[in-house]
Design a protein around this ligand. Structure first.
Ligand SMILES: Nc1ncnc2c1ncn2[C@@H]1O[C@H](COP(=O)(O)OP(=O)(O)OP(=O)(O)O)[C@@H](O)[C@H]1O
Ligand SMILES: [Mg+2]
Length: 271
């Protein structure tokens, strides 16, 4: 009997690798009284992805993050992390809120170790980890400074380090660079890609800046105005490491045009 050669049929979906998606958002809707904030959001994020979320103000991006973080109840739908339902169960993700919310009476070190302080008390190992993170990511000279003595960019770095120090494999970052000037922002974008690459974490990142989204993301989720739905999910097929030349390639320009059409309804030269 002839031996049949095993072949892989590329038209078939690849067999389950046994690995569950890192995060699955399933039929998620959220209503506040008369306001429908989110409508039937479905999104699967694989481990190690960098997903940017773009959408008009008020389309529900922060609401989506609050629900994924377990801080807010959805009207319907489910959140799964590594296959487990985590609806209304906080503590599974690192979350950097839209406002940096550093505690003014704690030093940089005290702010970075906040998660440990709040849960089980800060240990020497937490402080050592915080010092190491701070040194590695450019805050080493500021560990004993108080937030009011830092620039906006430094404050955002501290807030980001606090999120990293919480040690969760998924990080939700809600407009972390929104308040920064353009030049500081460019440095921060390079910096966050370095952290993402070093730590192998899964990142969901809200921004209003289309260039920033394309520069950072593996995929971009474009949302409709309220009620927020997913308008389109775009793959960002730009090689890494990316640099500022990536922002002028035909792939970049075409992606930007598509996103602008969603956000502004026509070709646009905004941004
Ligand atoms: N706790 C709440 N109670 C009532 N309405 C709320 C609540 N939280 C959010 N909303 C409403 O839900 C909608 C979505 O708000 P959300 O803050 O999620 O938008 P967003 O996309 O993050 O906006 P922005 O880009 O301005 O940050 C808004 O209309 C907002 O007023
Ligand atoms: Mg918001």
């Amino acid at each position: 009997m002839p031996v049949r050669k095993a072949t892989v049929d590329r038209s078939e979906p690849s067999p389950a690798s046994g690995q569950l998606p890192k995060l699955r958002i399933e039929n998620l809707s959220c209503r506040f009284g008369d306001i429908q904030a989110l409508h039937e959001i479905n999104l699967t994020v694989e481990a190690g992805e960098f997903v940017c979320i773009l959408g008009a103000s008020g389309c529900g991006k922060s609401t989506l993050f609050n629900i994924v973080a377990g801080l807010q109840k959805a009207t319907s739908g489910n959140i799964h992390i590594d296959g487990a339902n985590v609806n209304e169960k906080p503590g599974h993700v690192g979350y950097m809120l839209q406002k940096d919310l550093l505690l003014p009476w704690r030093t940089v070190l005290g702010n970075i170790t906040l998660a440990a302080a709040l849960t089980r008390g800060t240990r020497d190992a937490d402080k050592e980890q915080a010092r190491e993170l701070a040194r590695k990511y450019g805050l080493g000279d500021f560990l004993n400074h108080y937030p009011h003595t830092l620039s906006g960019g430094m404050r955002q770095r501290v807030a980001m380090m606090r999120t990293v120090a919480a040690g969760r494999p998924i990080m939700l970052l809600d407009e972390p660079f929104g308040a920064l000037d353009a030049q500081t922002r460019l440095g921060m974008q390079q910096w966050i890609l370095e952290i993402w690459r070093d730590l192998g974490v899964t990142v969901l990142f809200v921004t209003h800046d289309v260039d920033e989204a394309i520069f950072l993301a593996s995929r971009i989720v474009v949302m409709t105005p309220r009620p927020g739905r997913i308008a389109e999910i775009l793959e960002v097929d730009l090689p890494r490491p990316r640099d500022f030349d990536s922002l002028t390639t035909p792939t970049f320009v075409e992606l930007k045009r598509r996103i602008m059409r969603h956000l502004y309804g026509k070709d646009s030269d905004h941004g």
